[in-house]
Design a protein around this ligand. Structure first.
Ligand code: PGA
Length: 253
């Protein structure tokens, strides 16, 4: 795919496996993905397995261009935080990316914009690239507040450390009502929000990759990727099926 308006930005497809699979299934999935993504590509591909599988996943992808990401991290660098995993630990396990502020963590673990901003900074301290998830609930959209909500989620980071930090970050727009539901934002809805996100990112805005996430499938990926401000996708369900995942990666390529 060739989009002249964003020639500076390489398309990125990220597979968020969430808490799925097991050692054997993950190995099989990754073997198929690696086999289907040989050689050089325009698009970049990242897989984010559950943290116990990061190292085995790294072994499987080494030698390919596929990169590794984690699904979460602690905002603290070290200390008495039972059960937490630090950014440095993830970097040692060869992660390059980490998903921050996924709506499942915001909703189910009560992560606040403030905590998410701290995690963003913790990731960058360890030279990990944060993939900052933002997005509105269906109620917020119905009330016409979606851009306010997303603006506040971005501002939580920009107000603490300035927007220039987005030069080494990725943003993922994931409408909460579209994640895991089979409902996808219309191209018009996605276009409005992606354009808005870019308008909030200051001087580095044109270089920042903004992904769309929420029920992306092989059947709707091309249409989404054709939108100038969409620079790839964050996939949940579709990343668990090697054929589907590869089709989407190829659509971004
Ligand atoms: P989905 O999940 O593709 O299954 O909707 C996306 C995500 O949670 O990142």
């Amino acid at each position: 795919m060739n989009k002249t308006s964003n020639a500076k930005r390489r398309q990125l497809v990220v597979g968020n496996w969430k808490m799925n699979g097991n050692q054997q299934l993950n190995a099989e999935l990754l073997a198929k993905v690696v086999a289907g993504w040989q050689g050089e590509h325009q698009a970049e591909v990242v897989v984010c397995p559950p943290s116990p599988y990061l190292l085995p996943a790294f072994e499987k992808i080494s030698g390919s261009s596929i990169m590794l990401g984690a699904q979460n991290l602690s905002q603290y660098d070290s200390g008495a935080y039972t059960g937490e995993v630090s950014a440095q630990m993830l970097a040692e396990l060869h992660c390059k990316f980490v998903i921050i502020g996924h709506n499942e963590r915001r909703r189910l673990q009560g992560e606040t914009d403030e905590q998410v901003a701290q995690k963003f900074m913790a990731a960058q301290r360890a030279s990990l690239i944060p993939i900052l998830c933002v997005g509105e609930s269906s109620a917020q959209r119905e009330q016409g507040r979606h851009l306010d909500v997303i603006g506040a989620q971005l501002k939580a980071v920009c107000s603490q450390v300035g927007c220039d930090v987005f030069a080494n970050a990725v943003v993922a727009y994931e409408p909460v009502w579209a994640v895991g539901t089979g409902k996808t934002a219309t191209p018009q809805q996605a276009e409005e929000v992606h354009r808005f996100i870019r308008s909030q990112l200051g001087e580095v805005a044109e270089t920042v990759r903004i992904l769309y996430g929420g029920s992306v499938k092989a059947s709707n990926a091309e249409q989404l990727f054709a939108i100038p401000d969409i620079d790839g996708a964050l996939l949940g369900g579709a990343s668990l099926d090697a054929d589907e995942f590869l089709k989407i990666c190829k659509a971004a390529d």
